[in-house]
Every structure is written in C-alpha cells, then in structure tokens.
Design a protein around this ligand. Structure first.
Ligand code: SF4
Length: 242
C-alpha cells in the first residue's frame, strides 16, 4: 500500500463529512484498488454462508458450505434433517451444533412466513433497502450487518454493512460520532457514502482496519488517512506533538 509521507505538521482545516468521505474513498482506492464485485443473486445461499462464516476463516466456512450443499442439495432437506446430521455436514466450519441449529431455525422461520415458496427470496431484489433489511432482521440470529451483507454481496444492492473494522475506522476518522452504535452507523454511513462506492468502501475499510488501523495500537505512522483522522490529531494533541 502507499503510505502518507508527510510530517505531522499542522492539522488541516476540517472537511464537511461528505467531502471527507470522498477524500477517504480516494485514498483507500489508491492504497488497495477497487475490489471485484460479483453478486450471484442467491440471497438464501448468502445468508446461510454468512451464518457459517461466523467465528471461522473463509477457507473453513467455504468448505462447510460446499459440504452442506453436497449432503443436502435442497434447502427443504437441510431444514428437515436431524440436527446432528446437519452439524456433521458443516463440521469444518466450527461451532457445528450452534450453526446447525441457527440454520434450521432460519429455514423454519422462512417456511412459517411463506409455506408455498419459502426459499424464494427474489422479492429482496426489488424491495426498498431499508424494508428489505428490516424483513431480514426478523429472522433468527440475523442482525443489521448480516442482512446488509446479504443485500450487498449476494444481490448487489447498495447496502453498507458495518462490521467491527468499519465501525472502528469510521469512528476514529470522525465520520460517525464516538457513541454511535454499529447498528445505528448503518444509516449514518449510507447517508454519507454514495451507493456506487459502498462495496469498494466497505471492503477497503476492512482491509485498512486489518492491516493498519488495528484495534490495539493503530499504525498511524504509516497510515494514508492520518492527515484527516480525528483520532490521530487528538492523540497528537494529547502527546503534545503539535
Ligand atoms: S491515522 Fe491511525 S487511527 Fe486514524 S485511520 Fe489511520 S491508523 Fe487509524
């Protein structure tokens, strides 16, 4: 990644939030590029894959998802199977009993909602983003972030998922207030980040959070965003470095 090479110097004048978003977006694209975005249109597959991805690596959850689909080629079969058989199929993803129970509760909740075509979620494609997300969050164990991930990654809808990295980096930058919850940050950031930028911004903020803006000891000295970062300047001020 490129680094911001300037000396600490004086803090630049504050930007309006919309201008700051644009500046951050451009710096992150310079650093990390524009990631590919290939939604496959499979909202339910995306939802189940997101459940499987909790607390494990992408490799393990991908393996668990492939095994699940191989063992249970239809969602009806996965819903009606003994829970231990489902857990056995997804064992490589970790927390197999917990995730099997969560998957079956989700599939049963969808069946209760629409007994005729429970697993046809095409209506999410045309529903307004807020209403689509609100509907998804009524499913067991589906929060704002998971619902937004399904809309963004599976359906290509411009939702802006706020995970722990996005939440931390945007708070430090001052794009959201210090006491705004991750759930509340969805609406704030969707109000600031233009729809066409949301996928790239989401992915690049996560990369930045993992590689530079760590939860403990952020690497501000090699951060491309530090010139405009509220946290950086507050720390400079506290350290007497200005
Ligand atoms: S300057 Fe530091 S706190 Fe601010 S975004 Fe960069 S790494 Fe994070």
């Amino acid at each position: 990644m490129t680094t911001w090479g300037g000396a600490a110097g004086e803090r630049p004048a504050e930007m309006e939030p919309e201008t700051l978003v644009e500046w951050v977006y451009e710096r992150l694209v310079e650093a990390y590029g524009v990631p590919p975005w290939k939604p496959d249109g499979d909202a339910l597959g995306g939802l189940i894959a997101t459940i499987l991805s909790q607390h494990t690596s992408d490799i393990n959850s991908d393996r668990a998802y492939a095994s699940l689909r191989e063992r249970f080629p239809t969602w009806e079969a996965a819903r009606d199977a003994p829970e231990e058989d489902l857990a056995d199929a997804i064992r490589s993803g970790g927390l197999a009993r917990v995730k099997a129970e969560r998957i079956q509760r989700t599939l049963r909740a969808l069946t209760e909602r629409d007994p005729v075509a429970p697993f046809d979620l095409r209506w999410l494609d045309t529903e307004n983003i807020e209403r689509a997300r609100a509907q998804l969050t009524t499913l067991p164990g589906v929060g704002m972030k998971t619902a937004s991930c399904v809309l963004l990654f599976s359906l290509g809808r411009p939702a802006f998922p706020v995970d722990t990295h996005v939440w931390r980096v945007t708070r430090r930058l001052g794009l959201i207030g210090p006491t705004v919850s991750a759930d509340a940050a969805h609406a704030t950031l969707e109000g600031l980040v233009p729809p066409d930028w949301r996928h790239t911004m989401h992915i690049n903020l996560i990369r930045h959070g993992r590689q530079v803006c760590h939860a403990q000891r952020p690497a501000c000295d090699r951060c491309t965003l530090r010139a405009r970062c509220a946290y950086y300047w507050a720390r400079q001020s506290a350290d007497g470095g200005m």
